[in-house]
Ligand binder design. Structure first.
Ligand SMILES: [Zn+2]
Length: 269
């Protein structure tokens, strides 16, 4: 009898948490699971980001490093403008934007929750110019804005902790929560190497990224040529991680073309 009661209480708690713990992705309107309080995820993100920078060769002075910061700040302003116009500014509370260029041959870039961006110098030959860099940074920032990390972490929590009261777990089992964060961001084995996002997340980041770069005054048509250059690079040698983790180039470029009219609406404004 007592067992039953505990069982049903656990189910009830889980269900009510599920019920109250959904959020909506801006622009696409997709409903997503969101179980981790943003204050918590931001704290973990900022700690991981600092740790990553400490262990990396950060370029703070070159003209390319300045360019990364400039493009990042312009897209940040674009995001803030979009959120302000839609009465969503509160959702950016706690953000501590940062844009760093790291010396590494890896063809990659990422953005952790709260606006913590890293661009690897290895991707600069493919981005070629400021507009190309805006394609990459817009895409990565969109992953963070759409809270794909929180969603993936929430799915991990749900799988690993099952019927437990999740908020309790987050409070009382910092070790487990930390570990799930690490797993959700692929930080377990090698710091700063993020797991591939799902196809849904990739398409969403492409669409949002185009809009944010357009508001920032960058031409979204550059996304097509950027991804064509990435595809060419892939044929030339071993696929860089940034590529191998994404949907097929053909599908991606086709979808980007479909999304261009929407993005151009923001560009012309
Ligand atoms: Zn992506």
């Amino acid at each position: 009898m007592k067992q039953n009661k505990i069982f049903f209480t656990a189910i009830f708690l889980s269900l009510s948490l599920l019920f109250i713990s959904c959020s909506t992705v801006p622009i696409t309107g997709r409903k997503q699971l969101s179980l981790v309080p943003s204050s918590q995820i931001l704290a973990m993100s900022f700690q991981q980001y600092d740790e990553f920078l400490n262990e990396s060769k950060v370029d703070n002075s070159s003209s390319q490093a300045q360019l990364v910061k400039r493009v990042g700040q312009r897209i940040q302003k674009g995001v803030e403008q979009y959120f302000a116009e839609h009465g969503l500014s509160e959702e950016l509370n706690g953000y501590q934007w940062e844009f760093n260029l790291v010396e590494s041959p890896e063809v990659n870039a990422w953005c952790m929750p709260g606006g913590k961006v890293v661009v690897y110098s290895g991707i600069l030959p493919v981005t070629q110019d400021e507009n190309g860099l805006a394609v990459v940074m817009g895409h990565e920032i969109a992953h963070a804005i759409a809270e794909h990390g929180n969603e993936r972490m929430s799915q991990g929590l749900l799988t690993q902790l099952g019927g437990m009261a999740l908020q309790e777990a987050i409070k009382n089992e910092p070790q487990t929560t930390q570990q799930i964060y690490m797993t959700a961001f692929g930080l377990g084995a090698q710091i700063g190497v993020l797991l591939p996002f799902s196809r849904t997340h990739e398409s969403e980041a492409d669409r949002l990224g185009l809009i944010f770069m357009s508001i920032a005054g960058y031409d979204p048509n550059g996304a097509v040529t950027f991804w064509q250059r990435m595809a060419a690079q892939k044929q030339g040698g071993s696929p860089p991680e940034f590529l191998s983790t994404h949907p097929s180039d053909e599908t991606r470029i086709r979808k980007i073309r479909e999304n261009l009219p929407e993005a151009m609406g923001y560009y012309k404004k």
